[in-house]
Design a protein around this ligand. Structure first.
Ligand code: AMP
Ligand code: MG
Length: 428
């Protein structure tokens, strides 16, 4: 079935139609580090308190606060040191009146003690740097300690049985840390999608092979594969299909064990018919013209895999910048949806354009630009060069895309515009 749609549709409309085809994938158990960027499928519950016991936040002396009342440099309180306690060890002996335990950060508080006096508030530093000299049968406390001083209390971070990280949260470094702290080695997360990527076109050549006259190297499959990997998916390169029904059919079938198939080129007028024929026989497809620049032609459809699954297909335009921008706007949300992530929206900030940006054909203009922060604290956007949709180096120089609305004919230098940040790392 073919539903050719000649009228232009908005980016939002195209994205909504696409996202309707995607749902989150099944759950897998992954080692913690490998789950980075994936979404937790279950609430993570703490099996015990953190910290598990009251412990000291400082190196110092565990004391009974009452024994230090009134202590000062001029009037120290002398306490008997009954033990030396390192982190990782528990002392059963209680600290009695007039007694102290030399204690290291993280060591559990011994019974009887209710405060910790840091070394700096005792005479220990005055005894010199020599390890043996630091220790003494008695310690002089030079400052009064309030009850509870320098103690980290049991369960002050996490209570046993509470949810430390809820289902739906993306695993970042801090989640890895929290999950490790409750003793986990593996976590249940939504699986990463496998994305099969196919370039089409008689002129397209695999990098590494000799380049015949009139041919070009395949930029699209590799750029898209890199985006898939960066956004959390698993790219699978299918190679390059010639502009023939037979080759295209063969290569597309090879990709049907993936969760999604992405093709590039063949969706604009010139090649339209071949792709259309193949897609019409192997599945369903819509050809759209999206009100955006770069990019305009876009195909979206679904194939029936031999195992009965429906494999969504995103057909990107051939021009390398169009292909990347289209994948950014439509492929990235699809990957996020399969991973159970709803946060695909990029940050959009206001920036002052340094250049004139002309927009003559009533499409939304995603011009490649570099956004930097001025000394006045505001963001500034400068175009990264010629905006032809074949000029990939100006994509490489960019960290953002302008969002010039469809109806805006020109943004003049000094005007405030919206920019969509692709990459904060490169915004110096
Ligand atoms: P098409 O969509 O087939 O009309 O292609 C539009 C333009 O993109 C043409 O100049 C193609 O040569 C170019 N193109 C198509 N596929 C690729 C590719 N994989 N890498 C780089 N450029 C491509
Ligand atoms: Mg072509």
């Amino acid at each position: 079935m073919i539903a050719s749609d000649e009228s232009m549709i908005s980016v939002e409309d195209a994205r909504a139609r696409i996202l309707a085809f995607f749902h989150r994938l099944d759950v897998e158990r992954k080692p913690l580090i490998d789950a980075l960027g994936q979404v937790l499928a279950e609430d993570m519950v703490a099996p015990f308190d953190i910290p598990p016991l009251n412990n000291t936040a400082m190196d110092g002396y565990a004391v009974r606060a009452g024994d230090t009342t009134g202590a000062s440099d001029g009037s120290p309180r002398s306490l008997k040191v009954i033990a030396d306690l390192a982190a990782g060890y528990v002392l059963e002996t209680a600290v009695g009146a007039g007694e102290a335990v030399r204690i290291m950060t993280g060591a559990p508080m011994p019974p009887g003690a209710d405060a910790v006096v840091p070394f700096e508030e005792t005479d220990e530093p005055l005894r010199g740097l020599n390890e043996a000299a630091k220790r003494s049968a008695n310690v002089q406390v030079l400052k009064a300690a309030a009850p509870g001083a320098n103690i980290r209390f049991r369960a002050e971070d996490v209570t046993a049985g509470s949810v430390v990280i809820p289902a739906g949260r993306v695993v970042r470094a801090s989640e890895v840390g929290v999950l490790a702290s409750i003793g986990l080695t593996h976590v249940p997360v939504y699986r990463r999608p496998v994305v099969a990527i196919l370039s089409t076109g008689d002129e397209v050549t695999e990098p590494g092979k000799p380049l015949l006259p009139g041919r070009i190297y395949d930029a699209n499959a590799h750029a898209v594969a890199a985006m898939v990997a960066k956004y959390g998916g698993i790219p699978r390169l299918l190679g390059i299909a010639k502009d023939t029904v037979e080759d295209l059919t063969l290569k597309i079938r090879e990709g049907l064990d993936a969760d999604m198939l992405v093709t590039s080129a063949g969706v604009s007028r010139g090649d339209f018919d071949i792709v259309k024929d193949v897609l019409a026989r192997e599945g369903t497809v819509d050809f759209w013209t999206v009100r955006m620049k770069p990019g305009k032609p876009l195909a979206f459809g679904a194939f029936k895999a031999p195992d009965g699954r429906t494999v969504p297909h995103l057909g990107l335009p051939g021009n390398p910048v169009s292909s990347m921008v289209s994948f950014e706007l439509f492929g990235r949300p699809a990957i996020f949806a399969m991973m159970g992530r709803g946060d695909w929206e990029r940050p959009v900030v206001k920036a002052i354009t340094r250049d004139a940006v002309r927009n003559m054909d009533a499409r939304r203009f995603y011009a490649r630009c570099i956004v930097t922060r001025g000394t006045d604290g505001r963001y500034y956007a400068a175009l990264t060069g010629p905006q032809g949709s074949g000029i990939l180096t100006s994509m490489s120089a960019a960290n953002a895309l302008t969002i010039i609305p469809e109806e805006m004919v020109e943004a003049r230098p000094g005007d405030e515009i919206d920019v969509m940040m692709l990459d904060w790392e490169h915004a110096p």
